[in-house]
Design a protein around this ligand. Structure first.
Ligand code: N01
Length: 566
């Protein structure tokens, strides 16, 4: 923290929120409008929207149905907003988030164009001092991270990139103005969910598109379509009930209303299994991984059936068997990496103007003035698109100079992997609440529901503290250690550790390998959180207002492990 900033009088808030996306907007609404707190949200972007502000690449859209991938907290809001497509595109979702900001009069407490550079917990006054990119410092009792899980792009580290004389784009920092690739030779690096949405549209426009694929992915159809007025009215009529029900499902998407999720691939005949896979594949979105058999994501032997099914689909859709071979994943099981949903992705490789490069076999060595060079060839292009993903989950918070008690930095604390309690708080960082933090369900759950659950948890916790005259809240080290172990145990019951992925932190060179997501399922996680609350916030240590370390009174419930280890 700069000496000047720390010595001057600072504007004081009850809570500061970092980010004005889905998390930040709802946190601001709850803390300000329900608890009456003085709150300020900061966002580095020019406007609200978070993920949906930045990720504007062609084809960007949600891949959980919009009537689930949206806020549920306000009945009037969900009734007045009409989604036009099953899976809304980025401009529509951004319009929705702007509507929410206006409808709840949130903008007056959001400062855009302002990055939070540092947040230091001052133990003398037991408040956070937050330094921002406009050179100011503010103080707050509570610091809420609404930074998101996929907000810190991975830096492209190809040597020579600055020598490239053409245009360089990143899917996660796409320009606001439309980019016209007509008559251009374009290269795209990466074949994750972002590239898989962008590639078919860019291929339609560009003179030539070269796709550099390092790891083949298992993409399955999205099946987007318009929502007709009758369907929309039917959903709206039953919204509260449907939302309640969806939160009781593993990933927050109520597939059980459409079909039975079958217990095991081994319990069905080959013919029945094939029919289940076909129906879920044709149904689109995440019906195949989350809605077919319970054991495809937990048992590697069971998973072989669905992995092979998707491989077969890829081969059927790609004309050239050599190209199909490169596109067919063999290095990991289906669902261990995030499943991308696609529209015409595989058919795009049947076009004459699209070339697929196996960047595992012939890695990109460098960028040149004219394009990209692999081990055996130079590719001359007019534009390079980086679709190489994010320093996910722990990256966004670790990218800020956050210091807790004793000056410990979050970078030090999480050096060997995130250490959190419930994926929501970290010992030694009092009153820092991380919305959908690492080791919470986050991206393994419908994100807006995961966000609402965490924001509600934070709001209730702050209300509880105010009611009981408690000034700080810090997870106990023991509870945190048990949560880290529990998160790993849950991951080990699934196929997630069987792949290198951003779930496991391994997409970033040097990042420790550990599961960053709570994969025990939303109902289990929600049950644990409810128990923690019922037991007087078990696992959290509180200090009463005006107490010092010497005479602090513990205000903890029973051992959280009883809940966490269920
Ligand atoms: O990023 P990714 P993404 N040389 O990490 C490759 C969400 N999302 O932006 O697999 C060559 O998935 C890398 O290869 P490999 C969603 O949660 C949601 O696409 O590491 N290639 C991989 O192919 C998603 O999961 C929606 O071997 C390199 C790709 O880049 C998450 O965002 C839409 C490389 C990165 O894929 C991230 O998706 C889009 C290198 N040096 C995204 N470095 C919705 O629909 C990396 N790669 C809501």
């Amino acid at each position: 923290m700069g000496a000047t900033a720390s010595n001057t009088a600072h504007e004081n808030f009850d809570a500061v929120i970092i980010g004005a996306g889905f998390s930040g907007l709802y946190t601001l609404h709850r803390l300000r409008d329900d608890l009456g707190l003085k709150v300020r949200a900061f966002d580095a972007a020019e406007d609200v929207g978070g993920t949906w502000y930045w990720n504007r690449y062609p084809g960007a859209r949600c891949d959980i149905e919009s009537y689930w991938y949206s806020y549920s907290f306000d009945e009037d809001l969900q009734r007045e907003w009409t989604w036009k497509e099953q899976f809304s595109d980025q401009p529509e979702i951004l319009r929705y988030l702007n509507h929410v900001a206006d409808r709840f009069d949130l903008r007056r407490d959001i400062q855009c164009n302002t990055r939070v550079n540092a947040a230091i917990f001052d133990e003398d006054i037991r408040r956070w001092k937050i330094e921002t990119s406009d050179g100011k410092c503010v103080e707050a009792q509570f610091l809420i991270s609404g930074l998101g899980n996929l907000s810190l792009p991975q830096e492209p580290n190809f040597p020579g990139l600055s020598d490239f004389t053409g245009e360089v784009y990143s899917t996660s920092r796409w320009p606001h103005e439309p980019v016209d690739f007509t008559d251009k030779r374009v290269a795209i690096v990466g074949t994750g969910a972002s590239a898989i949405q962008a590639i078919p549209l860019i291929a339609e426009q560009a003179a030539r598109l070269t796709v550099f694929q390092r790891t083949a992915n298992y993409a399955t159809p999205l099946q987007n379509r318009p929502i007709d007025p009758e369907e929309s009215a039917a959903i709206k009529a039953k919204y509260p009930e449907l939302r309640r029900y969806s939160r009781e499902t593993y990933a927050g998407i109520p597939y059980e209303l459409e079909f039975e999720i079958r217990p095991s691939v081994f319990a069905d005949s080959e013919e029945d299994r094939e029919q289940v896979f076909e129906e879920r594949y044709a149904g689109g979105s995440f019906r195949l991984p989350y809605g077919s058999y319970l054991d495809v994501l937990t048992d590697l032997e069971a998973n072989k059936f669905v992995s092979e099914f998707v491989r077969r689909k890829i081969r059927e859709r790609v004309n050239d068997p050599k190209v199909a071979d490169i596109l067919t994943p063999t290095s990991h099981p289906y669902g261990a990496k995030r499943v991308p949903c696609e529209t015409n992705y595989y058919e795009t490789f049947n076009r004459d103007n699209v070339e697929l490069i196996d960047a595992k076999k012939t890695p990109i060595i460098e960028a040149t003035a004219n394009g990209l060079r692999t081990q055996d060839r130079e590719f001359e292009v007019d534009a390079i698109i980086m679709a190489i993903g994010f320093d996910a989950m722990s990256g966004p918070l670790m990218n800020i100079d956050v210091r807790g008690r004793g000056g410990q930095t979050i970078q030090d604390k999480w050096r060997a992997g995130p250490q959190t309690y419930l994926g929501f708080a970290s010992h030694g960082f009092p009153n820092l609440f991380i919305i959908t933090g690492p080791q919470s369900p986050s991206v393994w759950y419908n994100m807006p529901s995961a966000i609402e659950d965490h924001v509600d948890f934070a709001t209730d916790l702050i209300a509880y503290m105010r009611e009981h005259g408690l000034e700080t809240c810090d997870p106990e080290l023991d509870a945190e250690r048990k949560w880290v172990v529990h998160t790993k145990e849950e991951a080990d019951k699934t196929i997630v550790p069987a792949a290198e992925s951003y779930y496991m932190g391994t997409n970033i060179p040097g990042k420790p390998r550990c599961c960053m997501v709570y994969v025990g399922g939303a109902p289990k996680y929600r049950g644990i959180c409810a128990d923690v609350v019922a037991q007087g916030y078990a696992g959290f240590a509180f200090k009463e207002e005006g107490t010092t370390d010497a005479n602090s009174k513990r205000h903890t419930g029973v051992d959280a492990h009883q809940s966490a280890s269920r």
